[in-house]
Design a protein around this ligand. Sequence first.
Ligand code: FAD
Ligand code: NAP
Length: 542
Amino acid sequence: MSIAPRPPIPELIPESAPFTLEQRTWLNGFFAGLLSLDGVGIKTLSAAESAALMPSLPGMVAPTSGGDDGEAPWHDQTLALAERMKLAEGRPLHRRMMAAMAQQDCGQCGYNCQDYSEALFSKKEARLNLCVPGGKETARMLKTLHQELDSAAPVATMSPTTVAAATAAPAVAPGCSRDSPAEATFLSRARLNKKGSAKETWHIELDLGERIDYTVGDAFGIFPTNDPALADAVIAALNAPADFPIGGRTLRDVLIDGVSLGAAPDMLFQLFSYIAGGERRQKAKALAAGEDPDGDAATIDVLAAIQKFSGVRPDPEAFIEALDPLQPRLYSIASSPKVDRKRLALTVDTVRYQIDSRARLGVASTFLADRIKPGDMLKVYVQKAHAFALPADPAVPIIMIGPGTGVAPFRAFLHERMATKAPGRNWLFFGHQRSNYDFFYEDELAGMKAARVLTRLTLAWSRDGDQKIYVQDRMREVGRDLWAWIAEGAHVYVCGDAKHMAKDVERALIDVIASYGVRSVNDAVAFVADLKQSGRYQQDVY
Ligand SMILES: Cc1cc2nc3c(=O)[nH]c(=O)nc-3n(C[C@H](O)[C@H](O)[C@H](O)COP(=O)(O)OP(=O)(O)OC[C@H]3O[C@@H](n4cnc5c(N)ncnc54)[C@H](O)[C@@H]3O)c2cc1C
Ligand SMILES: NC(=O)c1ccc[n+]([C@@H]2O[C@H](COP(=O)([O-])OP(=O)(O)OC[C@H]3O[C@@H](n4cnc5c(N)ncnc54)[C@H](OP(=O)(O)O)[C@@H]3O)[C@@H](O)[C@H]2O)c1
């Protein structure tokens, strides 16, 4: 007996309905089943009808395989990839793809973690290597998961030269997304630490002209260029001509502004494994598979990779194809358009460190600290904050916790509240290493205090004395007042390091609420979860 082919599921839910592709597919199947059972004639539901049905659907996340309750327990930037994947076991593919992301919702890929995974799942996005905090680990996991998509899936990792083609048609106005940058003019940099500081942090100013609009709380994307000296060292190590033509440009130009010279990608080791012989081929293969045969994998950048496999001479074009595209970097905006619509400020910590005898430079931070000159143009865009904004009611009090460069968006908040004469009280927790050297915006904050815009300033210096004092220690010390502000409806904001500080600050807040709000720890945890849910606890962490 032959089995009749299954009829295709009718398209009952219009494309304009507010669902992801996966949700729509599941809903179509769901309604097709219902309608055929009832013998009702099939009609296409309007977007409003299907939206109205939404709350009655289980968790509103459509399982394709395995159950999915819509929760994302892996959505915690402090969990390792293996733990996140374990938590996502048995979930539908798009959820496991989400678990592979670094969970910072940092926006560097142009999405939040959930949207990026859904864009990959629906094949609207083909680039698997966009998660900056997840790095190679996330890209490798996504590559594995991507193989579960049907064979018509787009190529796993886009090469730098194909990225340009994929992003050629901007759907939004210039300056509004990483795929559609605008130009700004670099105005100035001023060192925020005093001489003798262990840190190098710059106040950067840019002129946006008439081109770009932003809101306080947004982040700003910068397209950096690599250090030309590093590009030259790569060219010398490759023993290739600097003017070797690549897609109408020279090898040197592409190395400066087209590709990442940071962590060597798996593809580069794969390329070396095709060319090298004997033991070196095995080593290159192992590195391409994410192994660490010599215990140095974490420190191999592109130049170190060429040096490690010295004598292996890849074709320059194949070499460039094997590298990752140079990605933009995000910075929290430290100014308010209400003060000056065109002038935008950033607070940038410079990344410099040494591996063996070679100085390594953070690409974007040293681009801003060293290489760009006043008057130069640079490619930029605004990354809209998805949940980091001043309260709509200007009378609502705010508590801002921002050690180090975490102070950036709070300078913007204070400027905005000053410019708009917002009556709400403002409390800033700032901390850094040493009070004499690392007190960013000291005069300005003193001025705002005198003007009563900054109601309260609480400082934590980690290296002034024998004992480290962090912002969360200060929060506990002033817990009674902190609770009083929260009980009066204050919104709480945290900005800065994601890995440790953000978690420690949340723990301190829970302790304060438990102690002064007279709640059990469990109730305090639930209270903070409620604050988050209602938008009264917002984080901008990286
Ligand atoms: C939403 C958001 C807002 C941000 N806001 C700010 C901000 O306001 N100010 C700010 O300064 N930054 C901010 N950042 C971080 C910023 O985007 C960059 O990540 C940072 O400037 C480093 O970029 P880079 O290109 O200079 O360094 P990269 O070239 O990206 O190099 C950094 C990498 O170098 C390696 N590395 C760094 N130090 C060491 C070391 N000591 N030893 C070994 N390896 C090391 C690490 O792998 C690290 O990931 C923000 C990030 C996000 C996502
Ligand atoms: N991933 C990490 O491990 C990590 C850690 C710190 C910074 N960073 C990154 O470094 C860049 C620049 O940092 P930054 O200039 O903003 O300053 P920072 O290095 O974050 O330091 C700012 C202040 O925070 C203190 N601090 C360190 N750990 C803390 C914790 N767990 N809780 C509260 N405070 C803590 C520091 O003290 P001490 O330096 O004296 O400890 C310092 O006084 C950022 O991109 C940030 O993400 C990464």
